[in-house]
Design a protein around this ligand. Structure first.
Ligand code: GLP
Length: 641
């Protein structure tokens, strides 16, 4: 087995087949620092196999996957072909799945995906490529699936099967409910899978309801299986696949039955595994401040006890007595931890004037701070920190909001039509033609066609005006609101960085709030914080921003872990309502929003529940009971600004 070369050393490595020393893990897995390193290692294993088969004068049968996860592996294989002369002439490929129905030249088809991301760049023989055909007639589809299965078997079976994993736990398109003995067949897609696919199909309605997929049995017959998973989004399902019992509800758990499977993960996809998240349960753990905090919070949760009620015995019988060596007794350790959490709570997010700031999250001086709030998708800052913004304004700080993104795609055509009809009715006669054209376009909209420049502009303006409504409701003056109108989907250019630098230079902030859940490598938050970091670092090097602290809010549905929180701002019941009213300005977002995931609750409800939940978590640890809490993490120098 040639798995992994030293140049791509993973964080932890054991040979395939040998499980980590944990009673929790049932599938061999390897964690890499990032998906680039991991993809290189996987591509290397594939190329070694192809070469080995060449020497043996045999074909190499690869089972291939689509989706974002394998893309870097394919890029790496293309590089190996171009730079190291790796030939694919002895390679036969079978793709896992295809949407049904779909035309093969459709941009969303896996035919198109494979051609663009791999096949057209390498020397594979066209006749050696097999992908289930989504254009097979309905009458013939069952027979077609049987033939596909036969073809795989006749080729000698798959030598190496590459897999991704869906959030439902599907492999290929084997959705929850798939049987262990299932073979290539047609399947109905799960709602979550269709939602996840809706970003490439523009909207949910466009996503096919069915797919053809290799079955679980087909996959398990492969001699070697490697499943790739990157990003925070996959962490929960990876935990289930690796640690829970085999169940048709999480089809990836069937891989526990295979003797030569490896899950290749990046750090964030592995973050929910017991070994990573609660290492003290597995065995001796090297304590640091964060782990200490996490273990104590875990103990409180497990025993349903507040911190100050934990006893020596509680630490002992739950396997974390080594923590007591720090402070000798539970009493001292409890008090230390309680105080640390207590000190994160402040009603003065901009610092409390005329009082000691030794134990407060923010500095007291300057009394009146210049504060910048960075928001993406227009509404995220208000959803995530509307109550804190309210306090900052009330406490006299000079608050600016910078909206990074021109997020027009989330306004529906129906919403846009209402505005356009109003313009048409009030505009002077000679402008009517333009609005009539817009109305015709909206009424005759064809899916998958991009909006015209005019419609994009109108949608952007709707979002802009809503944002202005929200910020002015909270008391931020119009001149303090800045729109950058960039697209976080594109690669960020130096022109945009300069634009942000220019605004920050003018404001000279002492405090910046930004969305920053960089655990999700595909997310907008990561893009947003990376972009900001470039601008901020340049400003710091040029000494144009001094003594400025950066605070991160989590704009996603999940909140920071309690152990990560550096500042917690309580919201009174009145402030919760005020925040709700500010959010109501985002009228165009009130109905179901594109890309919002499987959670169909309205945004304002989700934001309130999140803040109330955080308050409850604090209260359960024995801290004061608040109506709601908005919480922040400080981006410290050492976190690579
Ligand atoms: C689709 C594919 C799967 C793939 C999954 C995950 O559902 N049919 O084979 O594993 O997407 O996609 P991604 O890698 O983009 O997360």
């Amino acid at each position: 087995m040639s798995f992994l070369t030293t140049e791509n050393s993973p964080i932890s490595f054991t040979k395939p087949g040998a499980l980590e020393e944990t009673r929790f893990e049932k599938i061999h897995n390897i964690i890499f620092n990032n998906s680039e390193m991991a993809s290189k290692a996987v591509a290397r294993e594939i190329s070694d196999l192809i070469r080995l088969k060449q020497k043996e004068k045999k074909n190499c049968i690869l089972g291939l996957a689509t989706g974002s996860s394998p893309i870097k592996v394919y890029e790496e294989l293309i590089l190996l072909h171009k730079n190291e002369g790796l030939s694919f002439k002895n390679v036969i490929t079978f793709n896992l799945d295809e949407y049904y129905p779909i035309e093969i030249d459709d941009k969303q088809s896996y035919y198109h995906f494979m051609e663009e991301n791999l096949f057209k760049h390498i020397d594979i023989k066209h006749e050696n490529i097999f992908i289930p055909r989504g254009d097979t007639s309905q009458n013939g589809v069952n027979e077609y699936c049987n033939k596909y299965e036969d073809l795989i078997n006749k080729s000698g079976g798959v030598d190496f099967q590459l897999l991704g994993i869906g959030r439902t736990g599907h492999i290929g398109f084997n959705e929850p409910g798939s049987h262990l003995n299932s073979q290539t067949r047609i399947i109905t897609l799960d709602h979550i899978t269709r939602l996840d696919a809706s970003s490439s199909f523009q909207n949910l309605e466009q996503v096919p309801r069915n797919a053809i997929t290799m079955g679980i049995d087909t996959i398990l017959k492969a001699k070697r299986i490697v499943l790739l998973a990157w990003g925070r989004n996959k962490a929960e399902v990876i935990k289930k696949a690796v640690e829970s019992k085999i169940s048709s509800q999480i089809p990836a758990t069937y891989l526990q039955l295979h003797h030569n499977t490896t899950f290749v993960l990046d750090k964030t996809a592995s973050s929910e595994l017991v070994r990573i998240r609660e290492p003290w349960i597995i065995g001796n753990c090297k304590w640091n401040e964060i782990l200490k905090k996490e273990a104590i919070i875990w103990l409180c949760k497990k025993l349903q006890k507040p911190i100050l009620k934990l006893t020596d015995k509680d630490y002992n019988v739950n396997g974390i007595s080594s923590l007591l060596n720090y402070k000798c007794s539970a009493y001292n350790l409890n008090i230390e931890m309680f105080n640390q959490l207590q000190n994160t709570i402040t009603g003065w997010p901009g610092g409390k004037p005329n009082s000691s700031d030794l134990r407060r999250p923010e500095r007291a001086l300057p009394v009146r701070k210049k504060v910048v709030i960075l928001s993406f998708q227009y509404d995220r800052a208000i959803f995530s920190m509307g109550g804190t913004i309210d306090r900052l304004i009330e406490q006299g700080h000079d608050v600016h909001v910078i909206y990074l993104e021109s997020d027009n795609s989330s306004v529906t055509n129906d919403e846009c039509l209402k505005y356009v009809e109003v313009f048409r009715d009030i505009l002077p006669k000679n402008s009517e033609g333009v609005m009539d054209a817009a109305i015709t376009e909206l009424n005759n909209f064809k899916q998958l066609e991009a909006d015209s420049a005019l419609i994009q502009r109108i949608k952007r303006l709707i979002r802009e005006k809503e944002s202005l409504g929200a910020t002015s409701y909270l008391g931020i003056s119009r001149k303090n609101v800045h729109f950058l109108n960039m697209s976080l989907c594109d690669d960020l250019k130096s022109k945009e960085v300069d634009l942000l630098k220019e605004i920050l230079k003018k404001i000279e902030p002492q405090q910046i709030f930004a969305a920053g859940d960089f655990k999700d490598p595909h997310g907008f938050e990561k893009k947003c914080i990376d972009f900001f970091k470039i601008a901020f670092k340049e400003l710091q090097t040029e000494m144009l921003v001094k003594d400025c602290w950066v605070w991160l809010y989590n704009a996603s549905l999940r909140e920071w872990n309690t152990s990560e929180i550096d500042m917690a701002v309580p919201l009174s019941p009145d402030q919760v309502i005020k925040k709700r009213n500010a959010i109501f300005n985002y009228l165009s977002q009130r109905e179901e929003i594109l890309f919002q995931g499987e959670d169909t609750r309205k945004f304002w409800i989700r934001s309130e529940i999140k803040n109330r939940k955080t308050a409850k978590k604090y209260h359960k640890l024995g801290l004061t009971e608040y109506e709601a809490l908005e919480v922040f993490k400080r981006l410290k120098e050492e976190q690579s600004i």
